[in-house]
Structures are given as C-alpha cells and as structure tokens.
Design a protein around this ligand. Sequence first.
Ligand code: SAM
Length: 187
Amino acid sequence: MKLNVYHDNWALDEAVCPCDIHFMRWVRASGLKGGSIFHFGTGGHHLVGIECAAPDLDNAVYGITASPQEYDDYVRLLIDNPRIGRQYKAFFGDIYQLDARMLPAFDVVTLFHLCEFRNETNDLYDGLTDLEVAELLVDRLKPGGHILFYTGSFAFETAKPKIAELALSRGLQRLPDHESLWVFEKA
Ligand SMILES: C[S@@+](CC[C@H](N)C(=O)[O-])C[C@H]1O[C@@H](n2cnc3c(N)ncnc32)[C@H](O)[C@@H]1O
C-alpha cells in the first residue's frame, strides 16, 4: 500500500487553471492582511504562499501538497528566500489525512480541488471523505471566516452537492462570486 501521491509538478498557467491567481486578486480585493490561510494544493509555483508573504499583505499560509516535486521546490524556495519561511509553511501529505488537532483557527480556507483526487487508494488507509475534509476545515474557520471553491475544477459538479450539504450543516452564507471562485462566509 502506498500514499495517494500527486505525480505532477503543477506549473502556473492562468489559461488552464486560474484559481490561485483569482484567489490572490480576492485576497487583495477583500483587504485581508495579517490573516491566516489554509490552502489546498500549493502547485510547484507556490504563488499563494509567496505573494501572501509580501510585507503589504503579511498573511500566514499553511499549504498542503501531495507532490514530492512540489515539496522539493518549496524546500529550495525557502533556502533561497528565507524571509518567506516565516509566513509560508507548506507541508507534504494527503489532505484526506488531516487531523484537526494539528490545525490552528483560520481566517480563510481554499478547497479548490475538492473531489479531484480522492480514490480507492485513500480507502486503503482509512482516508477521510471529501465531505469530512470540508467539515473539518470549516470547523477550523474563525467566525466570519471565508471558504472558497473553484468553479473551474473538473470535479466541480461532484463537489457541488457536498458544498450545499456543508453550507446547510455549518451555516455558511454564500457571498458574491469572485471571478471563478465561490465564496462562503461562516456565521
Ligand atoms: C492541479 S494542481 C493545482 C495547484 C494550484 N492550486 C493551481 O491551481 O495552480 C493540484 C494540487 O493539488 C495537490 N494535491 C493533489 N492531491 C492532493 C492530496 N491528496 N492532498 C493534498 N494535496 C493534493 C497537488 O500537489 C497540487 O498542488
């Protein structure tokens, strides 16, 4: 049995997958500064962590990647840019193995890739379901915090009923969309 690893090293390409770029525009438009963000899927470009660490934003990002290559790029990024390491922590792992005891309270959670990667491999080691991951992370959101989903995800149609269930059970209020992103606020 092996971990359900992501075998690619995802490069930034706005034409193919603009969610992280749209997210950074949302961060700036919403005025979030000095906040804490959980980010699902760093990519090898690490855009969200890098841009949030800039002094004008100073947002702390906890990003997860299931790609050994993306994680290697993070290690190199920090060695070459030590200032980024204070605000940006990326970790290698499977999001379906999140443990609430290790997570602080967040101002923002991104779940852009909900339902994209979970498969029967995760069942072999009792991984959480997509809904359980989403519930766990909403429960770590501060009151008034935001959770965002990506409507351009190839799994968005699968994710939609789970998002609806989550919104109902956790009292999430839908705010106006931001570009390709659905935005919800926790009561
Ligand atoms: C298509 S890439 C998108 C990266 C970035 N969000 C973007 O849009 O440019 C998917 C990302 O999800 C991460 N990922 C895939 N499966 C995962 C899992 N089970 N747990 C955590 N991260 C995972 C990959 O490592 C990768 O960073």
